[in-house]
Design a protein around this ligand. Structure first.
Ligand code: SF4
Length: 254
C-alpha cells in the first residue's frame, strides 16, 4: 500500500548498535588539527565539491563507487541515468538489465539488486523517492536514518550528506583516508573503516562547517593517493613526517 509523504513507517532496527562517539584524546585532536593545517595549503583548501547531485542520486552514485575506480563508477552512473532518467524506473526495471548497464563497476551482480533494494526501502519508508527531508535533521539523525537501510554503511551515509547538494557537516572516510589516518596514529591498527568514522570525526572541532570536514576528508584522501601510497609511501617527501610514527619508523629502519 502506498504511503503518504510525511507518514513515515518506523525505521527498521539498525543492524547493529551505533557505537557512541568516543571522546577524542586531546593529543590526537591536536595532531589531527596540525595535519589538516599542513595539508590544506598543499592540496588547495577550500577544495571545490566534485558533485552537485541531489541526495538520492548521490546515494546511488556512492553505492556504485564501492571498491571501484572513480572513472568507472562515474561512467556507470551516467549510463544508468541515460537509460533510466527517473529513479522509479530503476526500481521497476529488470535487475539483469541494470546489471548490464553498470557492468563497468566492481560486482555489478551485487550492486544492481542492492541499488534496487535501497531505492525500495526509501520509497517504502518515505512514500516518495526523495531524500531532501534529511536537510531538516541533525547529521546524527540523518546518518542513523540512512544506516538503518541494509546496504548503507557509515561511508555511504556520510557521502550522501556531505557530497550531495545537502552539504551537511559529515565526515566521510574512504580507504585512502583510513590508511593515512592509521599510519599517522589517529586511529588504531585494528579499527576498520566503518568504526573509524566516529573516532576521526570526534578529533575535529564540533563546530566545523561542511566545507571544513569535506576539506579534511579530501586532503587526507589526496595525500593517500599522491604521497602516502598503499605499497610504498613517499615518506621522504611528506610534510607530515615529523608527526608520523609510521614514517619515522620507516626512516629509522636500515
Ligand atoms: S610520513 Fe610516510 S607513512 Fe606517514 S603520512 Fe607521510 S607518507 Fe604516510
Amino acid at each position: 500500500m502506498p504511503i503518504e509523504p510525511g507518514h513515515e513507517r518506523p525505521a527498521p532496527r539498525p543492524r547493529r548498535a551505533r557505537p557512541d562517539t568516543p571522546p577524542a584524546d586531546p593529543d590526537l585532536a591536536a595532531r589531527a588539527l596540525e595535519i589538516h593545517r599542513r595539508l590544506c595549503p598543499v592540496y588547495g583548501c577550500p577544495i571545490p565539491y566534485f558533485h552537485s547531485l541531489d541526495p538520492l542520486s548521490e546515494l546511488v552514485s556512492s553505492l556504485l563507487s564501492h571498491r571501484t575506480r572513480n572513472a568507472d563508477s562515474g561512467r556507470a552512473f551516467k549510463a544508468l541515468r541515460a537509460r533510466y532518467p527517473d529513479w522509479r524506473q530503476v526500481l521497476d526495471a529488470d535487475t539483469a538489465e541494470i546489471e548490464a548497464t553498470i557492468a563497468g563497476v566492481t560486482w555489478p551482480e551485487l550492486k544492481a539488486p542492492r541499488i534496487q533494494a535501497v531505492l525500495r526501502a526509501v520509497a517504502e519508508r518515505r512514500g516518495a523517492l526523495d531524500l531532501g527531508f534529511l536537510r531538516d535533521m541533525t547529521v546524527e539523525a540523518a546518518r542513523a536514518w540512512l544506516e538503518a537501510i541494509p546496504g548503507i554503511g557509515p561511508k555511504t551515509s556520510a557521502a550522501v550528506l556531505s557530497f550531495s547538494v545537502l552539504r551537511m557537516p559529515a565526515l566521510p572516510v574512504d580507504s585512502h583516508h583510513h590508511r593515512v589516518a592509521q599510519r599517522l596514529g589517529l586511529v588504531g591498527p585494528r579499527i576498520d573503516v566503518g568504526p573509524a568514522h566516529p573516532v576521526l570525526r570526534a578529533q575535529l572541532p564540533a563546530d566545523w562547517s561542511a566545507q571544513d570536514l569535506y576539506d579534511n576528508h579530501e586532503v587526507l584522501m589526496l595525500h593517500g593517493q599522491q604521497v602516502c601510497h598503499h605499497r610504498s609511501p613517499a615518506c621522504g617527501a611528506c610534510v607530515l613526517l615529523d608527526l608520523c610514527p609510521t614514517g619515522q619508523a620507516r626512516c629509522a629502519s636500515p
